[in-house]
Design a protein. Structure first.
Length: 85
């Protein structure tokens, strides 16, 4: 009877151990996936910051073109009657 109880306890302990191993594998997998997501998010933020810098440079160039165009229009005495100024 005592041997039966010991075998039953060992049986359940082995099942618990197998389940814990499975949980450990899943937690390791999830940890790796979350780490990958964090890296992708950081890379996305860098890409977004680069895009913003590109937009600022483009806006600066457009401002320069606008100033040059206004100067050319003034020198040629051109103006659009529909635009005040």
């Amino acid at each position: 009877m005592a041997d039966e109880a010991e075998n039953l306890v060992l049986h359940y302990l082995r099942r618990i151990d197998a389940k814990v191993d499975g949980i450990d594998r899943k937690v390791t997998d999830l940890t790796e996936r979350v780490s990958s997501l964090e890296k992708q998010t950081a890379a996305g933020r860098v890409d977004f910051a680069d895009l913003r810098a590109d937009f600022v440079r483009i806006e600066h160039r457009l401002d320069g073109f606008e100033k040059r165009l206004e100067r050319i229009e003034r020198r040629l005495d051109l103006h659009d009657p529909a635009v005040p100024g």
